[in-house]
Design a protein around this ligand. Structure first.
Ligand code: MF3
Ligand code: CO
Ligand code: CO
Length: 256
C-alpha cells in the first residue's frame, strides 16, 4: 500500500487540469444562480445539472455513500452539508459550496463561501481572512518547500484575523482520485510533512470559524459538520499544481 504523496504524470496532469477547470466553472456559476427563497436541495439539483453539462460526474455523489451532488454548508455548517428541501435560503445566510467533478481520469475539487447582501463586519472579516489564508498557503506551494510551509502560512493568517481553525478536516492530494496523500493541515503539527515536488496536486482548503475551532457532526445525517458554538464558518478551496516555477492554481476562475 503506497502512502507517500502522489506525483502525477504529464498525461494525468492534462486530465486533472481539464477536470479542475470544469469544476471551477460549476463553482463560479452557482453563486449567481442561488437566490434567497430557493432551498438548498434546489441548489444541489441545479449543481447536478451543471455538472452533467460538463460531460462529467459528481465526484462526491456516492463517495462513502454521500447523497448530494455537491456539499452545501450554511452559516454554522462548516463542511459536508447536504441539500435539503426543507432548508430555504435567507438573504442573511452565508453559503459554502464545495464542488467536485470527475471526468476522463481527472478529478476536480474546489469550494467557496458567498452571501447575498453586504456582509456585517465580522462576516466580512471571516471571508477576507479565509480567502487570504488560502492564498498565503498557495504562495508556499513550491517545489523544495514542505507541506508544513503551507500549513504555517494558513495558520498565521487565520490567527491574524482571530479565526478558529478547524483541525478535524484538512486539505489533501487530489487528481486521479478525490482524496490522495498527503494531508495538508491548516495548522502546524508535529513533522514538517512531505517535501513538495513537481507533479504533486494539492487541495488547500482552510475551514475557519468566527468563534470556537470545535466542531460536531450531525447525529442524524452523519455528514453535516457544524461549529459547536453555532458561530459562522467559511471554506475556500483551490487545487494547486506544484511546478518547477510558480504554483499553478488549477481551479482559478476563468477570465471572460
Ligand atoms: N470536497 C470535500 C473536500 O474538499 C470532500 C467531500 S466528500 C463528500 O475534501 F463525500 F462529502 F462529498
Ligand atoms: Co472540496
Ligand atoms: Co478537498
Amino acid at each position: 500500500m503506497s502512502r507517500g504523496p502522489v506525483i502525477h504524470t504529464e498525461d494525468e496532469i492534462r486530465r486533472i487540469r481539464r477536470a479542475a477547470e470544469l469544476t471551477a466553472g460549476v463553482r463560479d456559476a452557482l453563486p449567481g444562480l442561488a437566490r434567497p427563497g430557493m432551498t438548498t436541495f434546489d441548489l444541489d439539483q441545479l449543481a447536478g445539472e451543471l455538472i452533467r453539462e460538463t460531460g462529467g460526474k459528481s465526484a462526491f455523489l456516492g463517495y462513502y455513500n454521500y447523497p448530494g451532488n455537491i456539499c452545501i454548508s450554511v452559516n454554522d455548517e462548516v463542511v459536508h452539508g447536504i441539500g435539503r428541501p426543507d432548508r430555504i435560503l435567507l438573504d442573511t445566510d452565508i453559503v459554502s459550496i464545495d464542488v467536485g467533478v470527475a471526468i476522463d481520469g481527472g478529478v476536480g475539487d474546489t469550494a467557496l463561501t458567498f452571501g447575498f447582501r453586504e456582509q456585517p463586519e465580522d462576516i466580512a472579516r471571516l471571508f477576507k481572512g479565509t480567502r487570504e489564508a488560502l492564498m498565503a498557503g498557495i504562495a508556499e506551494a513550491r517545489a523544495g518547500n514542505y507541506v508544513q510551509n503551507i500549513s504555517q502560512a494558513v495558520e498565521r493568517v487565520a490567527k491574524k484575523y482571530r479565526l478558529g481553525i478547524v483541525r478535524e478536516y484538512v486539505g489533501h492530494g487530489c487528481g486521479t482520485r478525490l482524496h490522495e496523500p498527503p494531508e495538508v493541515p491548516n495548522f502546524v503539527g508535529n513533522g514538517r510533512g512531505p517535501k513538495l515536488v513537481p507533479g504533486m496536486v494539492l487541495c488547500i482548503e482552510p475551514m475557519l470559524n468566527l468563534g470556537t475551532a470545535r466542531v460536531t457532526t450531525d447525529r442524524n445525517d452523519h455528514w453535516t459538520v457544524r461549529t459547536q458554538d453555532g458561530a459562522p464558518s467559511a471554506h475556500f478551496e483551490h487545487m494547486v499544481l506544484i511546478t518547477d516555477n510558480e504554483p499553478e492554481i488549477l481551479t482559478w476562475p476563468k477570465t471572460m
